[in-house]
Design a protein around this ligand. Structure first.
Ligand code: LLP
Length: 417
């Protein structure tokens, strides 16, 4: 009876030691995924990789990426805090976001990171915060490039009607205004067209549009230091699916940069999913097998820990981890423990006969897995471990019932009998 090994570790032993549900991240795979980006661009073009912290903000993971030279795309003061704690250099952090509060702007200016400005309103607010703090802040303008990648509309971010960015035709004017503002230093243009993109040609299209703006700005006497094309490279979630590599992304976009008539600026990329996604599995225990209208396998992790199937109809491969070699014999629908009909992890999958107590491993859960988790239904979040060549480190403790009531207060008047 063979078991699934991940990072050189028998996951059945991990379940026994750390309990389930459990997020397991393979350090070697994580590093290899990051290096694939470095290797694809090093020697070809001046490029920085700013890892998208939203995909997975575990500090140990951030620390590993910081050691590899990653910068960070952060989308909140919380993510900024994580990136800095992990030792990511502030001059390689871009503070993104379409709705930054004064406190966010203060945190950005005080820490000296670059800010991606998403609206004229925000530009004015940022200038006044920077003036009050007596500092100069480097900015990028977030561009809405009006590009439609073939992805779930919920994760397309550069459509004409998207909430992100400055309308394409208004970017040059806003840049001119920014250029003349005190305490603001216009450094670059930023965009992000979407996520889980499997066809790299849309990146070329986005690069084209960004370089068009760079040229128009040059004609107006404005030179930029960088163009940030965001993240978005997809991964192979389904068996047989083929995901483009960072080298293919390079081959799609660099010709655009190289044929630019003016000295093209440095390139920044913000990958999240393609670095962490395949590097983790979510291990869960079967609590019940029910033969009803469908064959249901009810496990101890649901959309509280992995919301992607419920939110985007996303596909994640599932296997029976403690009988990994057994051939499929029945079609099952794997569901979570949450009190919602939509709490379905995987529909109609051929699996070996599943029994209560079996372990199910859900693949490719490193991106937007734990980072989108909740305590819904009063469920403490699960633990996370890092595995490498047979070695295991706990990188997040399982939450306790105390964590569910943390910060809650019962007013004194309700305490009286
Ligand atoms: N940069 C910006 C400005 C972004 O908005 C995002 C993702 C990224 C970088 C990273 O994109 P990636 O390389 O990971 O595709 N929760 C959804 C994905 C939402 C993506 C939001 N923005 C999911 O689970 O599919």
């Amino acid at each position: 009876m063979s078991h699934l090994y991940f990072g050189g570790v028998d996951v059945v032993d991990l379940a026994a030691e750390y309990g389930t549900p459990l997020y397991i991240t393979d350090e070697n795979m994580l590093i290899a995924n990051f290096r694939r980006y470095k290797d694809a661009f090093d020697g070809y073009y001046d490029t920085d990789i700013y890892y998208a912290v939203k995909a997975n903000g575990n500090l140990a993971i951030l620390k590993l990426l910081a050691r590899e030279g990653a910068g960070a795309d952060v989308f909140s003061t919380g993510e900024l805090h994580l990136a800095r704690l992990a030792g990511i250099e502030t001059d390689k952090i871009l503070f993104n976001g379409n709705s930054k509060s004064d406190d966010d702007l203060i945190a950005a200016v005080e820490s000296g990171v670059k800010v991606s400005v998403d609206s004229p309103d925000e530009l004015d607010a940022l200038a006044s915060v920077a003036e009050q703090l007596g500092k100069e802040t480097g900015i990028a303008i977030r561009v809405n490039p009006e590009v439609s990648p073939d992805v779930n509309p919920k994760i397309a971010t550069g459509l004409k009607e998207s909430k992100f960015g400055i309308p394409y035709t208004e970017v040059v004017e806003l840049c001119k205004r920014a250029k003349n503002m005190r305490n603001i230093s216009l450094l670059g243009l930023h965009c992000h067209i979407g996520s889980q993109i499997l066809d790299v040609s849309v990146f070329r299209y986005a690069a084209d549009k960004m370089l068009e703006l760079v040229t128009s700005l040059h004609e107006s006497g404005i030179e930029l230091e960088f163009v940030d094309l965001g993240g978005g490279l997809g991964i192979a979630y389904r068996p047989g699916e083929i995901a483009p590599t960072p080298a293919e992304l390079r081959d799609a976009i660099l010709p655009v940069f190289k044929r630019a008539e003016i000295a093209p600026p440095k390139l920044i990329l913000e990958p999240g999913r393609s670095i962490v996604g395949p590097a983790s599995i979510l291990l869960c225990r079967v609590n019940a097998v029910k033969h009803a209208y469908r064959n249901f396998v009810a496990v101890d992790a649901g959309f509280n820990l992995l919301i992607r199937p419920a939110m985007y109809d996303a596909y994640h491969e599932v296997v029976v981890a403690n009988r990994y070699d057994e051939p499929g014999s029945e079609v099952y629908t794997v569901v979570g423990p949450i009190c919602e009909s939509g709490d379905i992890i995987a529909r109609d999958r051929l699996l070996p006969e599943v029994r209560r107590g079996d372990l199910i491993a859900i693949f490719d859960t490193g991106a937007y897995g734990f980072s989108m988790s909740s305590q819904y239904n009063g469920r403490p979040r699960c633990a996370e471990v890092l595995v490498k060549d047979g070695h295991v480190d706990l990188i997040r403790e399982r939450e306790s019932l105390d964590d569910i009531i943390r910060n809650q207060k019962i007013p004194e008047r309700l305490m009286q009998a």
